[in-house]
Design a binder for this molecule. Structure first.
Ligand code: BTN
Length: 255
């Protein structure tokens, strides 16, 4: 076993039982790898893959996820969700697991911007990409541990880094452990409560896009399935996919 895998196992503790772990120096995308390996019958859930660097890291909504070597944690988990756990709840749990693991290792407070961007002091330090496959769900997590030399490209938007000494293998094990611990209990009221508590958008005006048209609405709450409840022209609806931005306040003021 290489040193990275050993550290991951140690941080996983009892939650690593039955979990296969692979740690690569470089790959195209940990999500794409798991998708292809699962499709080819090479792996089955639960499986954890980490990489030090991704040459074709993917973000939500078809975006690129900048993943240079030595600056981040890039990991994907292939899991079989329990009966009745909607896709939205897997995403909710992933965001909560990242926050709990980071807070456990650093003591720093983490916030969530709907759907599943993790913010620290106004900057996005982690993104999550969950994808359904025949064998279950692949949950891809990218954490910016250090600012890359030359900084983040403009396309990375509000991206920032934690810039603390964090061992990425230890963090990978801690995140996977928190996630696997709670997964069988979904839908878990404690997880959704933690998600809500970390969501400072509630009570503020947000912007979102529907049918190519940008709209603004008041964020009023988080539904039991993780959807964002909004009020617009006196009517309440729930957003289940997409992305929101803040209407008037800056991200750093709130997140
Ligand atoms: C986003 O913020 O848009 C989601 C980013 C998800 C990035 C992670 S890094 C590990 C996994 N592999 C990928 O190609 N993407 C996810």
């Amino acid at each position: 076993m290489n040193g990275g895998k050993e550290k991951i196992r140690r941080a996983l503790g009892p939650w690593g039982a039955g979990l296969a772990v692979e740690a690569l120096a470089e790959t195209d995308s940990t999500n794409t790898r798991l998708k292809e390996w699962a499709r080819a019958g090479k792996i089955a859930p639960p499986f954890l893959l980490t990489a030090d660097c991704q040459t074709a890291g993917r973000g939500r909504l078809g975006r690129r996820f900048v993943s240079p070597a030595g600056t981040g944690l890039y990991m994907s988990l292939l899991v079989q969700p329990p009966e009745g756990a909607e896709s939205g709840l897997i995403t909710v749990l992933a965001a909560v697991a990242v926050c709990r693991a980071l807070e456990g290792l650093t003591g720093l407070p983490m916030k969530i911007k709907w759907v599943n961007d993790i913010f620290f002091r106004g900057r996005k330090v982690c993104g999550i990409l969950a994808e359904r496959v025949e064998q279950g769900v692949i949950v891809g997590i990218g954490v910016n541990l250090k600012t890359p030399p030359g900084g983040f490209p403009p396309e990375a938007g509000a991206a920032g880094a934690l810039d603390r000494e964090i061992d990425r293998f230890q963090l990978a094990g801690a995140i996977a452990g928190r996630f696997l611990e709670a997964l069988p209990r979904l839908p878990d009221p404690a997880v959704i409560a933690d998600y809500r508590a970390r969501m400072p958008l509630i009570g503020h005006t947000i912007r979102y896009t529907r049918g190519g048209v940008e709209k603004s609405a008041l964020a009023v709450g988080v539904a039991e399935d993780g959807g964002l409840m909004i009020r617009e022209d006196g009517e309440e609806t729930v957003l289940r996919t997409g992305e929101v931005t803040l209407g008037s306040q800056s991200l750093s003021g709130l997140l």
